[in-house]
Design a protein around this ligand. Structure first.
Ligand code: TYD
Length: 409
């Protein structure tokens, strides 16, 4: 594969008349933090823009970056986030209770990461993870979760089926958004799923992105932004039925769907479809409004920074999530705008933020170098962080919450 290509057809329904809605400029991949020694080496930037399919309602990136660039050497660990671990432990319990009949049942998870979910299930049944990232798969294996190092698709599914038999349950959490060849994955699911099996998938819900979420959740790893409408079309193409759907308070709001070979759409599906129509997830105008808001958001932040700099105020970043890099690059904020960004993740400390080259430092720096303002890039944890940093605020430090609306607290 070339390093990236333009996606001219909807990856669900094949529609070629996709409408561009928001252009965030050329950006470095949001998780490609770099070493100081790499600073002068030219780092690739790829276009970052989204388009809407008026046929099946899928919002997706206009370009696909080679997954080898994005996912091999992947740093993200599910086990590093306490709320996520609790969520997947709950999900494992639900799967065991509802679907596992005996120890011979097989549960396959693709995008299984460090095995957080499967580790909870391995005493109840056979489990198998599938993940292409060597470093995270190694962690899963260490905790006793057998893991195949691969991208999931029809070929991998046939291989698993031949060796381990059909799966009672297939799980895909927070991975569907990363996949370009969705139909190959769906064929894999059909190949591997038992007649009475279930496929359970969770993805960030596009209704949250355009509502309480922010445009900064758009980055190269996230190729698709799903609604239930779009997933229903996808399931239909492969003769599967979404029998249940629910919104969960994870990453703002995540959409969990259960697909089966046979059955009917339950009340939860019908209700959520109606809700999506009501809030406009099937209409282009809704996404055009979202794009306008993103651009107004950028203008407002830039104006605020100009004003603060004029008053000679100092500003630093708080938290270095991937989304922060979308925001900084879109707003054109570099080292002159932010002196540094603090982050609690040891593997990010000492590195530079992709694109902007702002240094990432341990939070302890705030004991000696206190800025007047902290731009809260990890805004999804605003409540917890504001509570944790009461002492800083008592010293007069103000937090700027950048999205979905600029707020100073
Ligand atoms: P996360 O929300 O997991 O983000 P993404 O998937 O967008 O990369 O990342 C949150 C980041 O913020 C992570 O690097 C840790 C950092 N962080 C802090 O530095 N301090 C905090 O108190 C919290 C909650 C997070």
């Amino acid at each position: 594969m070339a390093r990236y290509f333009q996606k001219k057809q909807c990856r669900i329904c094949g529609n070629t008349r996709l409408v561009s809605v928001l252009d965030l400029g050329r950006q470095s991949p949001a998780n490609n933090f770099l070493k100081k020694s790499e600073m002068n080496r030219k780092k690739p930037r790829f276009p970052l823009a989204v388009q809407f399919c008026e046929n099946c309602s899928l919002l997706s990136l206009c370009h696909v970056v080679d997954p080898e660039i994005l996912f091999v050497g992947y740093q993200y660990l599910t086990g590093a986030s306490a709320p996520l671990v609790a969520h997947f432990v709950e999900e494992a319990k639900m799967i065991a209770r509802k679907f596992i009949r005996d120890k011979s049942n097989l549960v396959v998870e693709f995008g299984s990461n460090d095995g957080t979910l499967l580790a909870e299930l391995k005493d109840y049944c056979r489990v198998l993870g599938v993940d292409p990232a060597r470093n995270v798969a190694a962690r899963a294996k260490k905790r006793g979760v057998p893991t195949i190092l691969a991208f999931f698709g029809e070929r991998t599914a046939k291989h698993i089926q031949a060796r381990h038999g059909h799966a009672r349950v297939i799980v895909a959490n927070n991975v569907f958004a990363h996949i370009d060849a969705l139909h190959d994955v769906m064929r894999g699911i059909r190949t591997l799923l038992r007649e009475d099996g279930v496929f359970i998938s969770e993805s960030h819900w596009v209704g949250n992105l355009i509502g309480e979420g922010g445009f900064d959740q758009i980055y190269h790893e996230h190729l698709s932004y799903y609604s239930l409408h779009a997933l229903r079309t996808l399931a239909g193409v492969h003769g599967l039925i979404i029998t249940d759907a629910e919104l969960l308070p994870i990453h703002g709001a995540s959409l969990r769907v259960t697909m089966r070979r046979a059955g009917t759409a339950g009340a939860s599906v019908r209700q959520l479809l109606l809700h999506e129509e009501k809030i406009g997830l099937t209409r282009l105008a809704t996404f055009e409004r979202f794009a306008k808001r993103a651009s107004a958001n950028k203008a407002e932040l830039r104006e605020l920074f100009r004003e603060l700099k004029r008053k000679q105020k100092t500003i630093a970043g708080y938290g270095a999530p991937a989304k922060g890099n979308t925001l900084l690059n879109y707003c054109g904020f570099g080292r002159r705008a932010l002196a540094f960004i603090t982050d609690t993740t040891p593997s990010k400390q000492g590195l530079l933020a992709p694109g902007t080259h702002i240094p990432i430092v341990p939070p302890a720096i705030l004991k000696t170098e206190l800025p007047d303002y902290l731009l809260l890039l990890a805004w999804n944890y605003a409540d917890a962080i504001l509570e944790k940093e009461k002492a800083l605020r008592a010293k007069g430090v103000k937090f700027i919450i950048p999205v979905p609306r600029v707020r100073i607290v």
